[in-house]
Design a protein around this ligand. Structure first.
Ligand code: MEV
Length: 432
């Protein structure tokens, strides 16, 4: 058992699944049933999903929910969120409703610059390399004309290319550091194609000029500190009042302190930012964007001052409570999965076909809303009350409760504190 397998990718889907079932399960038929249960009955749709990646055996479902009532820059939005964590959509909806009656969310894209680099080594006179770079710089633009033509028509393209001397970090290390505008596309393919052409041009021209340049690699950077969006909420302190906030000044002060802790204490900052990413990732995923790229870039940005810190900030000034965040987001609303995956298309339609900039605003707002909900719970009732309410369903499902049991459990735990043990005990007593 547990043998290596040769030529797995060449096997048919059926053969792959049979191999998995026989190799790892004592009852292969059961495993096969689970795998098949999650296939789409529409064969064409299943084939589409099969072809997104290699060696697809089935589909892993993640719930797609919506959080309505988001007032963003004066317009209502319903935000689709793909996420498995029970409390996230409920928290987003609650924040949306709360802020809709307090002026809503304001969001602004500050910049949309993307970055890519050609990393290379050169063991020679840096002055000479600099002169060579300045001479051939126009060639980088002309040699990529066929790649950039369409993007230029859409108002994007290569913004600039710099030669960077990185020998203080690594022997002989230089780079071409290029900046791009990719409009409504995330731009990964566009940027990487341009960079690979830059590398070819660099190598060819270096050979002509008798310069010994060794290109190591060409790739976009997922760190986009100049592709930034800001989202904000603010209101008079007394307007913060609601059922769980009887004393708004006390609430605002505790809230600001909670944010300050995340600004100075990395252990708290990571969890605080994780709460922001609950909202961000869910929308990024629902809209077919690359959440790993977003995660990597956002966390790098959170460390930009040398220590990992909160992405959001809060203040009280002249009786006004303001809470905001700024995050880098490289997103697309055209290309990639956006036109391929029927549900991604649907989500973009729910969002009224946003531009990439509008999507940046929506995603940042979802992050801020999530952060607000978490901090509100943490500084008032504590997080477990809401979490356990949502988690109750998971426990009920785990015990495969029938309709009647479900009703009895839910009624009982409306008035009683929910804990895993208490629910299990209640179910066991019911079944005695
Ligand atoms: C849980 O997914 C997210 C929180 O831990 C975020 C936070 O602590 O701010 C509740």
């Amino acid at each position: 058992m547990n043998n290596a397998v040769a030529g797995f990718s060449k096997l048919s889907k059926k053969e792959k699944i049979n191999w998995i079932a026989n190799e790892y399960f004592s009852t292969p038929e059961e495993a096969l049933n689970i795998i098949r249960n999650y296939w789409n009955t529409d064969e064409k749709l299943q084939q589409l999903h099969d072809e997104f990646i290699e060696n697809t055996i089935t589909n892993l479902y993640i719930p797609l929910g919506v959080a309505p009532n988001f007032l963003i820059n004066g317009k209502y939005k319903t935000i689709p969120m793909a996420i498995e964590e029970s409390s996230v959509v409920a928290a987003a909806s609650k924040s949306a409703k709360y802020w809709a009656t307090r002026g809503g969310f304001k969001a602004t894209v500050i910049d949309t610059e993307k970055i890519g680099q050609v990393h290379f080594t050169f063991n020679g006179d840096a002055e000479k390399l600099n002169a060579f770079f300045n001479k051939i710089k126009p060639k980088f633009f002309s040699d990529t004309q066929n790649i950039t033509k369409n993007m230029q028509q859409r108002g994007g393209g290569i913004l600039d290319i710099y030669l960077k001397d990185k020998r203080d970090l690594l022997d002989n290390y230089f780079q071409l550091h290029a900046t791009f505008e990719t409009k409504d596309s995330m731009g990964a393919n566009f940027i990487n194609s341009c960079l690979e052409q830059f590398a070819t041009t660099l190598k060819d021209e270096a050979q002509n000029a008798n310069l010994e340049i060794e290109v190591i690699m060409s790739i976009l950077s997922n760190y986009v500190p100049n592709c930034i969006v800001r989202a904000e909420v603010s209101c008079q302190i007394e307007d913060l009042t609601e059922k769980h906030i009887p004393n708004p000044r006390d609430f605002a002060e505790r809230f600001v302190q909670a944010v300050q802790i995340a600004e100075v204490e990395p252990f708290r900052a990571v969890t605080h930012n994780k709460g922001i990413m609950n909202g961000v990732d869910a929308v990024v995923l629902a809209t077919g964007n690359d959440f790993r790229a977003v995660e990597a870039g956002v966390h790098a940005y959170a460390s930009k001052n040398g220590q990992y810190a909160s992405l959001s900030h809060a203040k009280i000034e002249n009786g006004i409570f303001t809470f905001w965040l700024e995050i880098p987001l490289a997103l697309g609303t055209v290309g990639g999965l956006t036109s391929l995956h029927p549900l991604v298309k649907l989500c973009l339609e729910i969002l009224q076909k946003p531009s990439a900039k509008e999507l940046m605003e929506i995603v940042a707002v979802a992050g801020l809303a999530q952060n607000f909900a978490a901090l509100r719970s943490l500084t008032t009732t504590g997080i477990q009350e809401g979490h356990m309410k949502m988690h109750l369903n998971n426990i009920i499902n785990q015990f495969e409760a029938n309709e009647e049991e479900r009703h009895l459990i839910k009624t009982h735990f409306k008035k009683t504190a929910i804990s895993h043990n208490a629910v299990v005990e209640f179910i066991e007593n019911l079944r005695k």
